[in-house]
Design a protein around this ligand. Structure first.
Ligand code: A3P
Length: 324
C-alpha cells in the first residue's frame, strides 16, 4: 500500500515537471517559433499583390531616355516596373512562350498599380503594334522621343562601345554615317540613321492606338527638367504628382539628374549620359538634311512640335530649317 502511494507521488511529480518543462519551453523567447505573419492590414495588402501583366509600356525610342524614364517612374508608389527589357512582343522566341511566361517576369503589384515594362525595340519592330493591340487594346503607351540628330549620335556611340567590347575595328564617325563612294550621301540603312527617322515607324501605332493612349515624352527635356516631364507622365496615368523636384539632384561631375536616395548615388549607369563627341558641323548638316523630312513628317503625324534640331548652332545657317 505504502509502495503504491510512493509510486503515485513519484509519478505525479514527474508529470508536473514534464508539464512545467513544456510550458517553460513554450514561453521561452528563444525557442518560440518566429511569427512571420505581418499585421492584418499589411498582410491583406501583401496578399493582394500578384504578378500582373503590364498595363503600360515604354515602347521606345532607343537611346531616347527610356531607362531614365523607367527608373524614375519606379519611384512612384502607384507604379511597379519590370527592371529588365523583356522583348516579349518583338522576339518571336519569347512571344511563343505565351502570356503566362510574360506575366511570370513581371513585378508583384497591387490591383490598382500601373505595371510598366520597357523594351525600346517595340517601336521600330514590324508587327509589334498589332501584337500589343491584340494583347490589350486599352493599354497606355509611352514613347520617349529625342532630337533625332542627338539620338543618332548616341546610338553611334553605343555601337562603337559594342565594337570595342568585341575588339572590332571602329570606323570613324564620317565612315559610319556617310556612303563610302559619296561623302555627300548619308547611309540611310545604317542603324543610328534609320532609327532616327521616327516617321518610318509611327504609322502602325497610330493605326492601332488613339493619341489619348499614346503619350510622347520629351526626351530632351527629361535630361534637363525630369520633374516637369514626369509630372506630365503622372497626369497621363491619372496619378498624383509624386516625382517632384526635391526627389532629384544634379550630379556635379556627371551633369545629369539622379534620384535622391539615402546611402546611394541614385544615378543611371555610366553607359547612360555619355559625353558626345564634337560632330563635324558639315556632317551634322548633311545628316540633318537627311533627317529633317522625317522629323517634319513625324511631327505632322503626331501633331506635336519639338525644338529640333537642338544642335542648331553647329549647323551652318541655311541648312537649319528650324522646326519651331
Ligand atoms: P546618351 O548616353 O547618349 O547621353 P536609353 O535609356 O533609351 O538608352 O537612353 C539613353 C539616354 O538617356 C542617354 O543618352 C541620355 O541622354 C538620356 N538620359 C535622360 N536622362 C538621363 C539621366 N538622368 N541620366 C542619364 N541619362 C539620361
Amino acid at each position: 500500500m505504502l509502495a503504491q502511494r510512493c509510486w503515485w507521488i513519484v509519478a505525479s511529480l514527474v508529470i508536473t515537471r514534464v508539464l512545467c518543462g513544456f510550458s517553460l519551453f513554450s514561453q521561452s523567447p528563444t525557442l518560440r517559433k518566429p511569427d512571420y505573419r505581418l499585421p492584418p492590414e499589411n498582410q491583406s495588402e501583401k496578399e493582394n499583390m500578384q504578378r500582373r501583366l503590364p498595363n503600360c509600356l515604354i515602347i521606345g525610342v532607343r537611346k531616347g531616355g527610356t531607362r531614365a524614364l523607367l527608373n524614375f517612374l519606379a519611384e512612384h508608389p502607384g507604379i511597379k516596373v519590370a527592371r529588365s527589357e523583356q522583348h516579349f512582343f518583338d522576339r518571336d522566341s519569347n512571344y511563343v512562350r505565351g502570356l503566362e511566361w510574360y506575366r511570370s517576369r513581371m513585378p508583384l503589384a497591387h490591383p490598382n498599380d500601373w505595371v510598366i515594362e520597357k523594351t525600346p525595340a517595340y517601336f521600330h519592330t514590324p508587327g509589334v503594334a498589332r501584337r500589343i493591340h491584340e494583347f490589350n487594346p486599352n493599354i497606355r503607351l509611352l514613347l520617349v522621343v529625342r532630337d533625332p540628330l542627338e539620338r543618332a549620335v548616341s546610338d553611334y556611340l553605343q555601337l562603337q562601345q559594342r565594337y570595342r567590347n568585341m575588339n572590332r575595328s571602329n570606323p570613324s564617325i564620317e565612315e559610319s554615317f556617310l556612303e563610302a563612294g559619296d561623302r555627300q550621301r548619308i547611309r540611310s540603312t545604317y542603324g543610328p540613321v534609320r532609327l532616327s527617322c521616327y516617321s518610318n515607324f509611327i504609322r502602325p501605332w497610330l493605326v492601332h492606338f488613339s493619341l489619348e493612349q499614346l503619350l510622347l515624352v520629351n526626351g530632351d527635356a527629361l535630361l534637363t527638367q525630369p520633374a516637369k516631364v514626369l509630372e506630365g507622365v503622372e497626369g497621363f496615368l491619372g496619378l498624383a504628382h509624386y516625382l517632384t523636384e526635391d526627389r532629384f539632384y544634379l550630379h556635379p561631375q556627371r551633369g545629369l539628374f539622379c534620384l535622391q536616395k539615402p546611402g546611394e548615388e541614385g544615378c543611371l549607369s555610366r553607359s547612360k549620359g555619355r559625353r558626345h563627341p564634337g560632330v563635324p558641323p558639315a556632317l551634322l548638316a548633311t545628316l540633318w538634311t537627311h533627317l529633317q523630312p522625317c522629323a517634319l513628317q513625324f511631327q505632322r503625324l503626331v501633331n506635336v512640335t519639338f525644338a529640333w534640331p537642338r544642335l542648331v548652332s553647329s549647323i551652318p545657317v541655311g541648312k537649319q530649317g528650324s522646326l519651331q
